[in-house]
Design a protein around this ligand. Structure first.
Ligand code: F6P
Length: 344
């Protein structure tokens, strides 16, 4: 019987378990075994694995997180780890690997395929929706619904207290979560990493709105947004992970203080943080993750490897797992223009 290794890497997101379940169900139907690799690439380096069966993955569909665990381990950071990973691939008699991840995890999968001829299939996930090869990653829809509900809740308290509420959301270097949730939640200003903001302009919009009798405002800011003139991203920690990323966060507090100082209007900040990544996936994410998982395993069984599954329009398709597929996808600025119409 042929055997595929399955792992989840990078930040977790809702829908990972739905994808795992789908891969296992499809594998069972085509007579393949699935070996679950724990904690991303780390599990294949350390030999931390567990067989997955149709029965062991039953009931996980609505659960948040990943039953396999995850990590930001980069096996190419250290030559010895690359070798250990390759040895374990042979030792477990794997015929291929399905890697569920974002830009970093998929980048590793791509290198394993191109440089070491390991048969791989990539499944794109991330709440940030910032992978170029696909219209949507799963996890994003759930994050958007959490942020939208939060904005709705913040609206009522902002209105009662006549305050400005700054809501900081995730999205590293892309303003997808901020923009889509901001449109859905009726934000009065949305600030994204793709376009540095002018603090004078932000304060003018808010002051004018308050002068016109709207004594509350919602400002949604993506964690990677920066003010014009000082394009330094605010970080919680400058310590880099194995893929070279620092931990972002904090722009919301800085912005709230500055707005209050300049406008004289009482301003508060809410940093949504990991709430956006936790918990049960929406129906949309469950279905997208399921479709991705089924196609990924189908491709693996057919030997059509070196591919990434992707959503284009309403169709789930296979594309080449190359640099263009895994590179970051920044915000569609046409969408931002739609959001801007509702500022103030
Ligand atoms: O999953 C992507 C993401 O949510 C980014 O938006 C965020 O900057 C990052 O993960 C934080 O993840 P962690 O603290 O788990 O490394």
């Amino acid at each position: 019987m042929k055997k595929v290794g399955l792992l989840t890497g990078g930040g977790d997101c809702p829908g990972l378990n739905a994808a795992i379940r789908a891969v296992v169900r499809k594998a069972t139907s085509v007579n393949w075994e699935v070996l679950g690799i724990k904690n991303g690439w780390k599990g294949l380096i350390e030999g931390n694995v567990e067989p997955l069966t149709k029965y062991s993955v039953s009931g996980i569909l609505p659960k948040g997180g990943t039953i396999l665990g995850t990590s930001r381990t980069n096996p190419f950071k250290d030559y010895e780890n690359t070798q250990k990973l390759l040895d374990n691939f042979k030792r477990y008699e794997l015929n291929g690997i399905i890697a569920i991840g974002g830009e970093d995890t998929l980048g590793v999968a791509m290198r394993l395929y191109k440089e070491y001829s390991i048969p791989v299939i990539g499944i794109p996930k991330t709440i940030d929706n910032d992978i170029a090869g696909t219209d949507l990653t799963f996890g994003f829809d759930t994050a958007v619904s959490i942020v939208t509900e939060s904005i709705d809740r913040l609206h009522s308290t902002a209105e009662s207290h006549h305050r400005i509420m700054v809501v900081e959301v995730m999205g590293r270097h892309a303003g997808w979560i901020a923009t889509i949730s901001g449109i859905a939640g009726g934000a009065d200003i949305i600030l994204v990493p793709e376009t540095p903001f002018d603090i004078n302009n932000v304060c003018n919009i808010l002051t004018k709105r308050h002068e016109k009798g709207k004594h509350f405002s919602i400002v949604v800011v993506a964690e990677g947004a920066t003010p014009k003139g000082s394009e330094i991203v605010i970080t919680q920690s400058n310590q880099k992970d194995e893929f070279g990323h620092v931990r972002l966060g904090g722009i919301g507090s800085v912005l709230a203080q500055e707005i209050e100082k300049r406008t004289g209007i009482e301003t508060r900040v809410t940093i949504l943080g990991y709430i956006q990544r936790g918990g049960t996936p929406t129906a949309f994410d469950r279905v997208l993750a399921t479709r991705y998982g089924v196609l990924a395993m189908e491709l693996m069984a057919k030997g059509e490897v070196g591919k990434m599954v992707a959503l284009r329009g309403n169709k789930v398709i296979a594309i080449d797992l190359d640099k263009d597929a895994v590179k970051p996808k920044t915000l569609d600025m046409e969408l931002y223009k739609v959001a801007e119409l509702f500022f103030g």
